[in-house]
Write a protein that binds this ligand. Structure first.
Ligand code: TA6
Length: 294
């Protein structure tokens, strides 16, 4: 499989498929400025994003489970067609499905990109009775961009939720700030979705936090004060922004997360949560996120 993928899709010095130590197929991207990204074919899930000094920018749990059909805790899982818990597996089936490769190309010199494709199958229709095509493009320059296109290929309308469940790697949650959410209304997922308003600016995390910021600004910044690193998250055509950290008590619910690893990540997730998107036959929807840091 890897050989065939490389014959068809490899880009010299910029994009190569490998099988990793967990026996998972993944694609490795290298930008002209020596940034790196790795994406698992399962779930089309970005599992690593590195800077020119090989510093890792995304969190991957030391206890992440790499098994066919199981979610992987870290990187950028794709949320579709359900956000969180519900009738389908948590956050939907896109993150646990095997995606195809549609194409790879250089968007500009030193900026490789790959587009993955996922179509409905018997298994997805058993869970969610709709015909669809998803296309997910990841491109890497000094930024990491991910964009998702959803097409309704059926004859009846469907609705969905979607998003990018990005796990940022940070040195210490106690010394991390999120800027740009001042006065934004949120739903608190830990308190049966009570509403609140973000009064403190910047937002700091001091306990189990699971909030859906509604109609959030398109750009927020995440400041890792210990590393002196600032991430910028820009969302496109996505209304909400989820901020999640399970803290010590909440971490106990996750067998695939180390007891103290909550200190080392925060999820800042551009996502469609509050208002579903409805697509009629042949209609499409596109959304994305762009990540950068300095
Ligand atoms: O996006 C936040 C959230 O929905 C939390 O409620 C929390 O449960 C987290 O995602 C992890 O979900 P998962 O299905 O990956 O265990």
């Amino acid at each position: 499989m890897i050989e065939r993928l490389n014959q068809t899709f490899a880009l010299p010095n910029s994009l190569v498929f490998v099988r990793d130590s967990n026996n998972f197929a993944k694609v490795c991207l290298t930008s002209g400025a020596a940034h790196g990204a790795e994406i698992l074919v399962q779930g089309a899930q970005v599992s690593s994003w590195t800077g020119p000094n090989r510093e890792e920018l995304l969190f991957m749990s030391s206890k992440a489970v790499f098994q066919r059909g199981k979610p992987v805790r870290g990187g950028i899982p794709i949320i579709f067609p359900q956000f969180g818990k519900g009738d389908l597996p948590s956050h939907g089936f896109a993150r646990t499905s095997m995606w195809e490769i549609k194409e790879t190309k250089m968007l500009s010199e030193g900026e490789p990109s790959i587009t993955f494709k996922l179509e409905d199958t018997h298994a997805t229709r058993d869970m969610w009775a709709h015909q669809f095509v998803l296309e997910y493009t990841v491109s890497l320059s000094d930024r990491l961009r991910t964009s998702l296109k959803v097409v309704n290929c059926g004859t009846t309308p469907f609705f969905f939720y979607a998003g990018f469940h990005t796990y940022f790697r940070i040195a210490d949650i106690n010394r991390t700030e999120i800027r740009g959410l001042h006065e934004v209304t949120y739903m608190d997922a830990l308190r049966t979705r009570n509403y609140g308003v973000q009064n403190a600016d910047p937002l700091t995390i001091e306990e189990h936090t699971d909030r859906i910021y509604l109609n959030a600004p398109d750009t927020v910044r995440l400041l890792d004060r210990l590393m002196g690193r600032e991430y910028t998250v820009t969302k496109q055509n996505i209304k909400d922004l989820v901020v999640w950290n399970p803290w010590e008590n909440g971490s106990k619910a996750f067998a695939d997360l180390g007891a103290h690893e909550y200190l080392s990540f925060v999820c800042v997730e551009p996502a469609i949560v509050n208002q579903k998107i409805t697509l009629g036959p042949r209609e499409k929807y596109e959304c994305g996120q762009e990540l950068s840091y300095r």
